[in-house]
Design a binder for this molecule. Structure first.
Ligand SMILES: *Cc1c(COP(=O)(O)O)cnc(C)c1O
Length: 473
């Protein structure tokens, strides 16, 4: 196959990251100093992402708060960047709360979401953080145990047309919530309603917003005075640099699943597609890679949507007129393009069916939540000492270091510009959002890859351990 004809999945990249990878020796020096494999985060890209969201909000609503959803990445440098930028933080465990406090967040800038047990609820009471309540039991425990007034948001769920969620209070139980809030005003400072949707479907978010506005009016009628509407996270990433190339790859993949053209899948993997009646059906597990709408665009569109229930006024106008602050909890949108993962080629081998396997020194769970397939091409960075002939473009599968059949880093064929050699480096783009931390395990006693932070200061790149990160001034 020629280069022009081989299916490719080019990754969108931030200029800073692209320049780092292209800087001679930069990637290799980092893993020579700190070890391979490694995760690299780019706090300056985080800051760029934040400024874009901030600009959208600043132009539209008088009051807002962005809370960085910590669970997307464990990086200390990201948390420090969020604190320095003056935004809030959303934590979902005692350890994340500790991380936020150590980074210098005051409790008034911390929001705690997610399911919480009795122990964690007790720890939060009196701390001054805002508790985003998941369920009635939690609210009842707060009402029963609080010694001082506790700031509370109430997460709701069960909007029409939205899949059932395990999180939040179902709309049908909101009456009980309002009753309790009104009865315990002395102990609970009710700040407003919240939701969080994983969906990229704009209409679902609009319905959730309209519902929360109605609930806010009901809260006022019940004698409460909410001042916040929290629209959660879920603002999407853009992975692909070329939507047409992505579509062409997926088309070729579907053809190959039907037995047409070059085989492109490892081990009978169908990526969530269903094959029947001679056709390929369903939504693949990698559907997020098809997105081309940026998070700031998605947020702007939401704020600019005319709401039927508000006489056609936009969401932004409505909150402005009602003096409501908009809170949001972006995770992946803030770390989009702000991290890469580097591994080294150990060896290349041929399989019994004639495929080429490139074995790396990392495992699948270090670059993706295990059930997802990474659908952007890794970048081959030849070792400085690289010699050997240039083979031209080759289609390969990348295999991980674990002694498990399933540790294939790619179950789809990847075309590289040449056959890698031992010692070459492979860079996985855009891994900061959930990819590097969410599923990483210490299987076979391999240590978790170290996390490094990269900054460009006066034109030069510097790399340090993530825990040693200091602000760029
Ligand atoms: C995970 C989570 C977020 C962040 O979601 P993203 O999709 O990464 O933006 C925000 N809010 C809550 C409650 C969450 O659980």
């Amino acid at each position: 196959m020629t280069a022009a004809a081989s299916p490719g999945l080019p990754a969108k990249m931030h200029a800073l990251v692209r320049e780092f990878i292209a800087a001679p020796g930069a990637v290799e020096d980092a893993v020579t100093e700190f070890g391979s494999p490694a995760h690299l985060v780019f706090p300056q890209v985080f800051a760029d992402n934040l400024e874009r969201l901030r600009a959208v909000l600043g132009a539209r609503v008088p009051g807002f708060r962005i809370c960085y959803a910590h669970k997307v990445n464990q990086s200390r440098a990201f948390v420090a960047t969020a604190r320095a930028a003056g935004i809030g933080i959303d934590v979902a465990s005692a350890a994340e709360l500790d991380s936020a406090l150590k980074a210098g967040f005051g409790p008034e800038r911390i929001e705690v979401t997610g399911p919480k047990g009795e122990g964690f609820v007790r720890e939060l009471l009196g701390s001054g953080v805002t508790i985003n309540v998941d369920n009635l039991w939690e609210l009842e425990r707060i009402a029963a145990l609080a010694q001082t007034r506790v700031p509370v948001l109430v997460r709701v769920c069960g909007f029409s047309g939205t899949p059932v969620s395990r999180f939040g209070v179902p709309l049908a139980r909101v009456d009980a919530v309002l009753e309790l809030l009104a009865a315990r005003r002395d102990r609970i400072d009710f700040r407003g309603f919240a939701f969080h949707l994983d969906s990229g479907e704009p209409a679902e978010r609009v319905r959730a917003v309209e519902t929360c506005l109605v609930l806010t009016e009901r809260a006022y009628a019940a004698g409460l005075s909410p001042s916040v509407i929290d629209i959660g996270g879920g603002f999407r990433q853009v992975f692909t640099a070329d939507a047409d190339a992505f579509d062409a790859y997926v088309h070729a993949l579907r053809e190959s699943l039907m037995g047409r053209g070059e085989p492109m899948t490892w081990g009978g993997n169908t990526f969530g597609f269903h094959l029947d009646d001679g056709a390929v059906h369903g939504t693949p597990v990698f559907h997020k890679y098809a997105n081309i709408v940026s998070a700031d665009r998605m947020l702007a569109d939401l704020l600019d949507t005319g709401l039927d229930s508000q006489g056609g006024r936009t969401f932004a106008q409505t909150v402005g007129e009602n003096l409501l602050d908009v809170w949001l909890e972006p995770g992946k949108a803030l770390v989009d393009h702000a991290g890469i993962t580097v591994g080294r080629v150990e060896f290349v081998k041929e399989t019994a069916d004639g495929n080429t396997l490139v074995n790396l020194d990392l495992s699948r769970d270090a670059v993706t939540p295990a059930d997802q397939e990474v659908m952007v091409d890794p970048i081959l960075v030849p070792a400085r000492a690289a010699t050997g002939p240039n083979s031209g473009v080759v289609g390969v599968f990348l295999a991980g270091r674990l002694c498990l059949e399933r540790d294939l880093i790619t179950n789809h064929k990847v075309w590289l510009p040449r056959l890698p050699a031992p010692g070459d480096l492979v860079v996985f783009p855009n891994t900061a959002a959930y990819h590097m931390d969410l599923s990483a395990a210490r299987a076979s006693m391999h240590p978790v890859p170290p996390k490094l932070a990269v900054a460009r200061r006066s034109g030069t790149f510097s790399v340090c351990r993530d825990v040693d990160w200091h602000e760029v001034h």
